[in-house]
Design a protein around this ligand. Sequence first.
Ligand code: HAM
Length: 500
Amino acid sequence: MSVSKLSLTRSIAMLSTISSSLLILNKPLTRALRFPIPNLPLATNPRGLSSLSTAAISNNAGGGRTGALSPAPVTEDLQKIDVNPPKGTRDFPPEDMRLRSWLFFNFREVSRLFGFEEVDFPVLESEALFVRKAGEEIRDQLYCFEDRGNRRVALRPELTPSLARLVIQKGKSLSLPLKWFAVGQCWRYERMTRGRRREHYQWNMDIIGVPEVTAEAELISAIVTFFKRLGITASDVGFKVSSRKVLQEVLRRYSIPEALFGKVCIIIDKIEKLPLAEIKKELESVGVLEEAIEQLLQVLSIKSLTELEEILGDSGEAVADLKQLFSLVDKFGYSEWIQFDASIVRGLAYYTGIVFEGFDRGGKLRAICGGGRYDRLLSTFGGDDIPACGFGFGDAVIIELLKEKGLLPELGLQVENIVCALDPGLQGAAATVATILREKGQSVDLVLESKPLKWVFKRASRINANRLILVGDSEWQKGMVGVKILSTGEQQEIKLDELD
Ligand code: HAM
């Protein structure tokens, strides 16, 4: 039966008979999760696991095609393409986009709660920005190429060098401290495992201009706040914290030049991935003596601050910083989330002080997030050094964790109203109704073709509409429309100027 053949009265009468099925389709919301992003409120239908949530655990770890475009063109104009995105990258169909927007909304909300300002940088940067000499893995994973103007460029593998570049560029016009956050896509040609892919989004929060460990304590507090918002507890996740100054103090004892520091850290960061003999060999090859290596390895196994103090003494900066941090953490109220672990070094050369990583206590996933202090990065780019620290938090591992814990939100499309003309000649009138509602801030799905009423009901259910608004001829003549509240079945005729 076509809507166009029905009068409004008849249609509304029909609605009553169909309303029981609609009531089933419009179940009450189970969890009141809402965030103010267009088209993103919570709906009733549990979302099926989608590629954002499932790809990382599939064998192919993120899907994607494995090769270049498949079969050769049949003719010069016709080319059959592989419809999968390149290996290690993702499409975001609506259900995945809802999840991503929900996650980013929470990143932004937490940043706002801590008084941070949002920034962004180009995804494409000069390659030189990411080339450091310490032998970092991130360097070998760079997506880099020459552009048409023969410039060496790279897709950013992280956001920190761009942030440093912008701080140098803005120079004295900036009033410190800066509290900046960013959410951006990063590219690393990475071996793909669960939660690691070739593109990922990172949430970064950085504080520029504060030399005290109050800054690190504040940043970790922000991450804890984020976890709590998502329902993750201290029994799910913890932070391992150390300071690069621990290694520095050991190296100083053996008169190992400061210039080697970054390289030594990068080698030590591989300690869980490579056999110990290999680590020792690499350390020797950069000039660290056997005796120093033994002491380094001994210190790295320390898991308590008291023990660290026994070995390093209490006069150094490493112990003092860590003690101050743990005391602040206590005051912030998140002590149960954080533990000292000297083996945390981090794989980026620029860190100079406190370093930390978020890990899942189940031990199944790779680092959830990581950061630290990088007081000397700016001078490596020719700027004046400004004390700085920050963290990066990826979008992939957290989704895995939420899935494991059954904490993925149920997000569905929700449009508040569906507006339908009962006759093709009333399509313009329906457009007027849609405009009136939209101008009042109500979302409207306007039925754009002449469709059977059954189809309209199905659509209303799919988009989780609250109201069905039918525009019929005789009512329109009186300046009225038919309105049905889909959850209750209640229906009435309402004057256009009373519609809100
Ligand atoms: P990062 O440890 O290399 O640090 O990365 C930070 C986070 O990004 C990781 O803990 C992880 O959540 C995510 N991540 C990194 N690589 C991948 C990947 N291939 N696939 C999925 N997720 C990934 C940095 O990038 C530093 N720039 C963070 C920072 C900001 N330090 C100071 N400020």
